[in-house]
Ligand binder design. Structure first.
Ligand code: LP5
Ligand code: MN
Length: 253
């Protein structure tokens, strides 16, 4: 019997200690002993670079201390035998190999294909499926540009913290005036992506609209399973057992 757990959109942040405590408790209680844990993006509210790990003493924001604590907890799980995989989200696309190594985790590409017997499962953060959100797609292209990232990572830590806060504020203003359907996945893009990867199961997060959607894909029944975001006292997980059948669950933290 193998067990794989998948979570996303925890948005860990020093100002949301209840979510951090809830996650650390879940990790010990629930993830301990499972074969694999996939974290499908937006694990952190904002990630400004792995060098944060070296600067807990220069970081009054508490982000560095949080990152160090979370990495240590993941590391413990990894050392006990759980394979841990991290995918980038739109908030933590700067998460790098240094953090992953500290946490005993591997970075995986978006999308990634997971194989359970004959049934491949496609894993994504989900933001790239929101193609009607043109302003976001433009931002995403810039944010994922290696030259831009290099330039950003060369900035002093304090400036990056400030820039991240400004981007979060801009994003908050932008999203409050966007239509709801624009911020959801584009159905045609879902079908195209699933077809391209030859899958009938897609798991993603990002939209904060946890649900199991059935759809028709080239005359076959397919499903898109959406993880939810975490709040104090409440989170979401998907469990996949040996039969390869994913189960979406709301969890009490
Ligand atoms: O994140 P959320 O839920 O608010 O909304 C997302 C999309 N927004 C984003 C932006 C992130 O929130 C920003 C996080 C930054 C943290 C890490 C930064 C590290 C690098 C910088 C510091 C070193 O992803 C939002 C979507 C929504 O999901 C739903 O899908 O709509 O998209 C936007 O809000 C994008 C806006 O529409 C356009 C933003 C324009 C910003 C332009 C600034 C240019 C950057 C220049 C910087 C020098
Ligand atoms: Mn997201």
């Amino acid at each position: 019997m193998t067990t794989t757990l998948l979570i996303s959109d925890l948005h860990l942040h020093p100002e949301a200690p209840d979510v951090t405590e809830g996650f650390l408790g879940w990790l010990e209680r629930r993830a301990s002993g499972v074969d694999a844990l996939y974290i499908l993006g937006d694990f952190f509210e904002a990630w400004i670079g792995d060098d944060l790990l070296d600067h807990a003493d220069q970081d009054p924001s508490g982000n560095a201390a949080l990152a160090i604590r979370v990495a240590a907890a993941l590391r413990k799980l990894a050392d006990e035998g759980t394979a841990i995989y991290l995918m980038h989200g739109n908030r933590d696309f700067l998460l790098g190999h240094r953090f992953a190594a500290t946490a005993g985790a591997k970075l995986v590409t978006d999308p990634a294909v997971l194989r359970f017997g004959d049934e491949p499962v496609l894993l994504m953060h989900g933001d790239s499926l929101c193609t009607r959100d043109e302003a976001y797609m433009a931002f995403r292209e810039q944010a994922r540009n290696p030259a831009w990232q290099e330039q950003i990572l060369a900035m002093p830590l304090a400036d990056r913290l400030q820039l991240a806060a400004a981007l979060r504020q801009q994003s908050g203003e932008a999203t409050s005036s966007k239509a709801e359907d624009i911020m959801d996945v584009t159905p045609e893009e879902v079908v195209r992506t699933m077809r391209d990867h030859g899958v009938t199961t897609l798991i993603h997060g990002h939209t904060h609209r946890p649900a199991v959607h059935e759809l028709e894909l080239d005359d076959r029944l397919a499903r898109r399973i959406v993880l939810g975001d975490w709040h104090p006292g409440k989170g979401w997980e998907i469990e996949i057992g040996s039969d390869g059948d994913p189960i979406l669950r709301e969890i009490a933290l």
